[in-house]
Write a protein that binds this ligand. Structure first.
Ligand code: SF4
Ligand code: FES
Length: 377
């Protein structure tokens, strides 16, 4: 694919991973296994410059993410800068730790939207999955303050074997919290999720039930709550347009400044990721080899190359293709036309049917990674 500036539309979103620090330890975390240290994080002035470059490039939405973005001392300053630049700011937060204490100040400087993660509808489930006692009560208090401040709220629930029985209860929780939108997103198996896949994979019958529950709720809650559903790739017929298509809609910047086409792109070897500390965002978007590696359709092998859906799903997910086939340029095995599709489905069914294994979770730099029971059995 060409890197010609004129042929490449502007990105819509900037995912600003401000820090990997987080009070929670979710077993499906999309952060890399090797978390970036606080000492490696970009300084405030670089983030402010990057936001200015994003606005100039045509970005509309900035997702302030992490880790837990409110762990950054400068989160209010960064959010205020988004408002000054006319960028729509979305705080993606766990709602625990420093989040509640900074919420009033964030609202004051013009934060537009809050996306709050929930790990389960029941406190015991949520706290077992997130690995933090008391987290659920903190989230409830946080959501209450979001409502009092009049901020728009989306609830995000990652669904897997350990909480799939609580999908209906999560819909009730979203209503009780005053959310306008709920994302029921089945886990994506990259990074920690792939490491813990055997502990997280739900049975197909439970997935079908969860989809039916969402469909029913959408009908009776129309006009009150919008419910987005991300179905699990392992039981799908076609893949999703991951990140909206490689190098099409999103720039993901890591805490230390590497610009990625998607959050798991660093799992793909031999891609060179330019840093925002050394390159302007426009230069990265148009000319970085990593952004051009899988842009458009020119890189596609068959069956994608001649498929009618190639400009709908853009061949699916490169990181998943690499993880499951060993080739980042292969058709995503979530596609029924991939020669790896049947193996992917069989793997999911076998893992879901097996006894719940322990999983891995990051425990902090002293104790590193620990294997333990992560989910309610
Ligand atoms: Fe998508 Fe490729 Fe499958 Fe067609 S063959 S549906 S483009 S992944
Ligand atoms: Fe990287 Fe899907 S997560 S392309």
């Amino acid at each position: 694919m060409t890197g010609e500036a004129s042929a490449i539309p502007a990105p819509i979103g900037l995912l600003a991973e401000l820090t990997h620090r987080c009070p929670l330890r979710c077993p499906y975390c999309s952060n890399p296994h090797e978390l970036e240290k606080r000492s490696a994080e970009l300084p405030t002035e670089t983030w402010l410059r990057v936001l200015g470059e994003a606005a100039e490039l045509g970005v509309l939405h900035v997702h302030l993410s992490g880790g837990e973005p409110t762990a950054r001392a400068d989160i209010v300053e960064i959010t205020a800068h988004c408002a000054r630049l006319g960028l729509y700011s979305n705080l993606i937060t766990s709602g625990v730790g420093a989040a509640l204490g900074k919420l009033d100040a964030l609202a004051e400087v013009g934060l537009d939207h809050v996306q709050l993660s929930v790990q389960g509808a029941e406190p015991a489930t949520a706290e077992r999955i997130g690995g933090m006692p008391g987290a659920h009560a903190q989230k409830l208090a946080f959501a209450e303050r979001v409502r009092e401040l009049g901020l728009a709220l989306t609830l995000n629930a990652v669904i897997h074997r350990g909480n799939i029985a609580e999908v209906e209860a999560m819909i009730d929780l979203a209503l009780a919290m005053g959310a306008r939108r709920l994302e029921i997103a089945h886990a994506q198996y990259y990074g920690w999720g792939l490491l813990n896949r055997a502990a997280l994979m739900p049975a197909r019958a439970d997935v079908v039930r969860s989809i039916a529950a969402v469909d029913a709720a959408r009908k009776c809650l129309a006009g009150r709550l919008v419910i987005d559903l991300v179905v699990p790739d392992y039981y799908a017929r076609y893949p999703k347009a991951c990140a909206g298509g490689w190098g099409r809609r999103l720039i993901n910047v890591t805490p230390s400044g590497r610009a990625l086409p998607c959050h798991a792109a660093e799992t793909i070897p031999d891609l060179a990721f330019w840093s925002v500390a050394e390159h302007a965002l426009r230069d990265i978007w148009h000319h970085s080899p990593a952004f051009n590696a899988f842009r458009g359709t020119g890189w596609m092998p068959e069956p994608c190359r001649s498929c009618d859906r190639r400009e709908q799903d853009w061949g699916g997910c490169r990181c998943q293709a690499l993880a499951l086939t060993g080739d980042a340029a292969a058709t995503d095995p979530a596609c029924a036309l991939s020669p790896f599709h049947a193996t992917m489905r069989a793997t999911a069914e076998a893992e879901a049917a097996a006894e719940l294994p322990p999983g891995y979770r990051y425990r902090g730099k002293r104790s590193g990674v620990r294997r333990e029971g992560l989910l309610p059995g």
